[in-house]
Ligand binder design. Structure first.
Ligand code: PMP
Length: 284
């Protein structure tokens, strides 16, 4: 059975408990991170921890994470669950004040939960065949830069996309693509420029995004951080998405229109490989 971590204890998953008054349960008052594991090691752990600190500080959590301790917990869970390839999920919530109350009490201790998932990340049928995307309006709250557990809209959209035979959704705000349901969105123009929306409160500041932009620059590719429309994406040479769990994943269709040749593009495929090689080499 899987061993999980809850507030200082390593427990079998069926013995782990959180209060029904926990603010993540009642108010979605929690933030999270997902770190990939390759070869039993953590990919870009420090990137994820920096973003965790930012999410907590934007939401004015009193809790200050001890990054060395979090690294130890991540490693211990990877070891105890014998994960060579998969994910570590971490969630910090503003805890339970023993009742339901809209007012936040800063003295309530935070809850910390971590668990692992065993997944095949390198071998991916989706990356091999490329994703079919449908677009939907981005009606999320306007702080999509904070990685909160408030994921209902993304979850509904992804489920709807599957029901329609698509793989995922790109969200559109004021005519421009923001990001995918759980990934950042990119296109490659006909002169091989990579375009992805600039950082703001409208998108999550992807840890994979940061690394892939660096990889692209090392390949001598130009990266433009600016908004793009669905029409520009449909006319692009290539498209792809990035996230910690899917790395770089090609997109072959948007709202029924084939992108380029309708097969995973060479730049997306190359970036996927380079991203994996570079991050494997620096994994903790
Ligand atoms: N955007 C959203 C909305 C996400 O949920 C995610 C995945 N957590 C990303 C982008 C990609 O971020 P990362 O590369 O850090 O996984």
């Amino acid at each position: 059975m899987r061993i999980v971590y809850v507030n200082g204890q390593y427990l079998p998953e069926n013995e782990a408990k959180i209060s029904i008054f926990d603010r993540s349960f009642l108010f979605a008052d929690g933030v999270y991170e997902v770190t990939s594991v390759l070869d039993g090691k953590l990919i870009d752990f420090m990137g994820h921890m920096k973003r965790l600190e930012r999410s907590l500080s934007e939401l004015k959590f009193a809790f200050k994470p001890d990054i060395d301790q979090l690294l130890e917990i991540h490693r211990e869970l990877v070891k105890r669950n014998d994960i060579t390839e998969g994910l570590v999920y971490l969630q910090v919530s503003r805890g339970s004040a023993g009742d339901r109350n809209f007012l936040i009490n800063k003295d309530t201790p935070a809850s910390l939960v971590l668990f692992t998932q065993r997944n095949s990340l390198i071998q991916s049928t989706l990356a091999d065949r490329g994703q079919k995307i449908v677009t939907r309006p981005d009606i999320r709250w306007r702080r999509s830069d904070i990685k909160t557990v408030q994921l209902l809209y993304a979850s509904l959209l992804k489920t709807e996309a599957y029901a329609e035979g698509a793989d995922d959704v790109w969200m559109v705000l004021d005519g421009f693509v923001t990001e995918g349901s759980s990934n950042n969105a990119y296109i490659v123009t006909h002169d091989d420029t990579i375009v992805t929306r600039h950082l703001s409160t409208d998108i999550l500041h992807g840890i994979t995004r940061q690394s892939v932009i660096r990889c692209a620059a090392e390949l001598g590719l130009t990266v433009e951080e600016r908004p793009f429309t669905v029409a520009e994406a449909q006319n692009a040479k290539e498209a792809f998405s990035t996230s910690a769990s899917s790395f770089v994943c090609p997109v072959v269709e948007i709202d029924g229109t084939k992108i380029g040749t309708g097969t995973p593009g060479p730049i997306a495929k190359r970036l996927r490989q380079i991203y994996i090689d570079a991050n494997r080499a620096t994994a903790l």
